[in-house]
Design a protein around this ligand. Structure first.
Ligand SMILES: [Zn+2]
Length: 216
């Protein structure tokens, strides 16, 4: 797979986030990082080995290597008693596993490296005879790659639009309240006091809004 890894990492992080209340920050970044990090070996494969070695042979595509990494990370978190770290590790590990699985569908993966030099591929693909890049989307694995990428990008764009709408709504509500004479500015001008709640209720500032105004 080529283009599916980053969006797949985002979708995995999103699935975790929907089941967590409250969700720790930065899960999407951990998911996307885990989704692409095994492919950092491409730099070595291209710049050092000049494409002479299949990049799945490198350590970042070894499942056993990642098991070791996650085991060390889990031991570290257990010693440090880092609560939210487990969630980030879970998202990151799931995204790395998704990368290896997606690669494994249509390409060789050395599942038991470094203890075995044998590689496995989940399904054999009959390549189309058209020249690359037309060759790429024709087999169904290419279509799956593009399909996952399209779904991930669509969900990402929709999430961004929802966040943008919520932020604009909060800023507009803040602006309307600051113009309403029933809402009084708190002493020192650091917030607004609700007419219903009485004095003492302050509302924090919305980042990016007028610094002289504040919002709920
Ligand atoms: Zn890969």
């Amino acid at each position: 797979m080529i283009v599916a890894h980053l969006p797949a990492g985002y979708l995995i992080a999103r699935a975790w986030r929907r089941r967590l209340t409250p969700a720790p920050s930065g899960l999407a970044a951990w998911g996307m990082a885990g989704g692409v990090i095994p492919d950092i070996d491409m730099f070595w494969a291209i710049c050092v080995d000049h494409g002479m070695v299949h990049h799945h042979r490198y350590v970042t595509h070894w499942p056993l290597f990642w098991l070791l990494v996650f085991g060390i990370a889990a031991a570290f978190l257990a010693v440090r008693r880092a609560g939210s770290g487990w969630l980030r590790l879970g998202v990151f590990a799931t995204a790395v596993a998704s990368h290896l699985f997606l690669d494994w569908i249509g390409s060789d993966i050395w599942l038991l490296a470094p203890f075995s030099d044998r590689s496995w591929q989940l399904v054999q693909i009959s390549r189309a005879s058209a020249p690359w890049p037309l060759n790429f989307p024709l087999p169904w694995v290419g279509a799956l790659d593009v399909g996952i990428a399209s779904l991930g990008m669509w969900v990402m764009a929709r999430d961004w639009a929802v966040r943008h709408r919520k932020r604009n709504f909060a800023i507009n509500r803040c602006t309307l309240r600051s113009r309403d004479p029933r809402w009084q500015r708190s002493p020192g001008g650091s917030g607004l006091i609700s007419p219903a709640s009485g004095p003492g209720i302050r509302f924090r500032s919305v980042p990016g809004s007028d610094p002289g105004r504040s919002a709920e």
